[in-house]
Design a protein around this ligand. Sequence first.
Ligand SMILES: *Cc1c(COP(=O)(O)O)cnc(C)c1O
Length: 391
Amino acid sequence: MMKQIDNKLLISKIRSIVKTDEFIALHEPVFMGNEKKYVNECIDTGWVSSVGKFVNQFEEQLADFVGAKRAVAVVNGTAALHIGLKIAGVNVNDEVLIPSLTFIATANAVTYCGATPHFVDIEFKTLGIDPEQLDKYLSEISHLKDGSCINKNTGKRISAIVPMHTFGHPVDLDKLIEVTEKYNITIVEDAAESLGSYYKGKHTGNFGKVSAFSFNGNKVITTGGGGAIVTNDEKLADFAKHITTTAKIPHAWEFVHDDIGYNYRMPNINAALGCAQLEQLPLFLEQKRKLSEAYSIELENVSGIKFFTEPHNSKSNYWLNTIIIEEDYLAERDNLLKDLNDAGIMARPIWKLMHKLPMYMHCPSMKLDNSINLEKRVINIPSGAKLGGQS
Ligand SMILES: *Cc1c(COP(=O)(O)O)cnc(C)c1O
């Protein structure tokens, strides 16, 4: 027999936490600091575009916060992933392991490199790639040839893997690193959702050869639109900067380019917004943590749902707060989504799995039981920093 979730109770609990009767968005940006000052400075001086001090400042301050050697600011997180994969050594005709449970950018960035996404399953405790299932799978379908991991079924090289830290919760990185070293597969982290998230005390984005961050309007901090390639390898960072700025050789007036570059640099006016946002990041993280703690306590007694909390050994930014519907209550999902949204509480299900989309349904894939199970059960609820500042 299907059981019912008490939607009214859930709505009243959420309202009591956020302390407002108004419409609540899923993740509203907050501009309480120097945003106008820095953006106005760009307009007043005319430095809005490709040159200006805020880009360098943003890159330095971001690298500093993440604890990495370098950051290269680009137009969005998707571009950061694209270039991250490319400079990590992903070539045309390679395969790249990615979770099926991710935002479309992860799969598209692989495709932009001329490579094929190869889908792997996730584990329930992190919502990210499951290293144990991965190890077992690779032992069955791959072999090492001249130091490269080759997919025995397709004959293609599996050059990289992209752990994505779902909703800010870090993947089990130690175990993942162990497995990838065994098969000689390069890690490129999709850290788009995990600015301010730590695995065993170290900031996400420091575990792969390269990582990608996003500063879209709905992320933890925003530059309007934006992203960054982060790495601890100085040479790779220099190369990333070079090819994201049209591969132009520095010169006072000549236009000479020595590679097929990309026009992916972040404009100064966006970086200005980003510098102001970075100043408030510690506060945002504190407020977001308060909000998730309140959810965790208040939602404990609502039957049929579980509030998802950070994995053991990790500190999550709780980018998007997540409730998971228990299996006996699954028929209630759409009702719950409708009632929440009708009550002015924005809620949405997780992304449709990548391997079900028309352009990716023929890609290689392992069994995706956990992803398929979770796809039906996850609901994200309002998560903006401001909501945690009310209590
Ligand atoms: C936001 C996001 C990106 C990058 O998105 P952009 O909108 O291009 O900045 C990449 N991967 C994941 C998982 C994301 O959530």
